[in-house]
Design a protein around this ligand. Structure first.
Ligand code: ATP
Ligand code: MN
Ligand code: MN
Length: 308
């Protein structure tokens, strides 16, 4: 991985037309990753990241003083953001409404960096058609103590089962402990139907392999198993965006990978602010056909997972 640049504590820099103050402020103390380094990181991955983070309502994790200090989720504007972070009004529905943030370009990301955004969480639908998801996420959450081997096996199992039903999926290392198995969709069915499908699929997995899977989020019931978190697939729910930094030890980032790579990967947090830019340069987009995958949840799929 390329060495991180050094910035002066109070140095002001400009990226994509956005002014960033205190570029040398350390955000990941363990790795000495500064605000300027975060700007460099996002510049390096933006071409691959923007198609996934752009034009979706956001939930931001801000840590203005860096990781390990006070961090908070922020969905609504309370002031101070550059206008490169746009606003959209979401009208009443089940759960979420009000004024939401979205970005559609690198200046938007940089405006977030300036405000101490360390994690970018996205809705599964886009601003143009908020009520219809254009992606499903199966968030695999292993019980503590389960090795990554089990997560890998489960991911491949979900891939195969979803492929059998008719859905092509793409794996993403969360940057934390698990994998997100993601199915792009043509925005066609609305949130309630998408959730019904995902829940039924997770419940079915738990019934068929109770030794491996549980569809209930209670940690007490997880015991040596993987929680298939289908709850990301609700109106207003979010999941970590591809290529987002995580405010966790090691300055990890969420990382799209190929299914082949997943077989060789040793953990969900192997990619970080320091090594991801090199990977992007050398490997490029591990999901080249993601955007052209045209699929939707059909009646036959609903039936296959025994959703009513
Ligand atoms: P890991 O692999 O370690 O589980 P993760 O990103 O999948 O990492 P989860 O706790 O499983 O973490 O959460 C999944 C997603 O749910 C997150 O990426 C986030 O978008 C959303 N989420 C979780 N907790 C909250 C919260 N308190 N507020 C808002 N969104 C949340
Ligand atoms: Mn998870
Ligand atoms: Mn989860």
């Amino acid at each position: 991985s390329a060495p991180l640049k050094t910035y002066g504590e109070n140095e002001g820099i400009e990226r994509a037309g956005i002014k960033l103050s205190s570029a040398g402020k350390v955000l990941f103390p363990g790795q000495g990753v500064s605000k300027g380094n975060l700007a460099d990181y996002y510049e390096a991955v933006s071409e691959l990241m923007l198609p996934h983070v752009g034009v979706r309502p956001l939930s931001l994790v801000r840590c203005p003083q860096g990781r390990g200090k006070h961090c908070f989720f922020q969905k609504h504007d309370t002031g101070g953001f550059n206008e490169a972070i746009h606003h959209m009004e979401i009208v009443e529905g089940t759960g979420a409404s009000g004024d939401y943030f979205y970005v559609d370009d690198l200046p938007g990301i940089m405006a977030g960096v300036q405000m101490g955004v360390m994690e970018w969480h996205v809705w599964g639908s886009r601003t143009a058609d908020i009520e219809k998801p254009d992606r499903l996420v199966f968030d695999l959450d292993p019980d503590e103590g389960l090795g990554f081997e089990a997560v890998r096996t489960a991911s491949v199992d979900l891939r195969d089962r979803l492929a059998e039903i008719g859905l092509k999926t793409y794996p993403m290392l969360s940057g934390g402990k698990g994998v997100h198995v993601i199915a792009p969709l043509v925005p066609k069915v609305a949130w309630p139907e998408a959730k019904t499908f995902c829940k039924a699929f997770a419940v079915l997995l738990g019934e068929e392999r109770p030794d491996r899977y549980v569809a209930n989020m209670s940690k007490a019931r997880r015991k040596g198993r993987i929680f298939v978190d289908y709850l990301r697939n609700e109106r207003g729910s979010t999941a970590i965006a591809p290529y987002s930094t995580r405010s966790r030890e090691g300055a990890p980032v969420s990382a799209p990978v190929t299914w082949e790579e997943l077989e060789r990967v040793e953990g969900a947090n192997i990619f970080n602010v320091a090594n991801m830019p090199t990977r992007v340069k050398e490997v490029g987009d591990p999901w080249p056909d993601y955007a052209s995958t045209e699929q939707s949840i059909t009646k036959a799929m609903m039936k296959a997972v025994k959703a009513e």
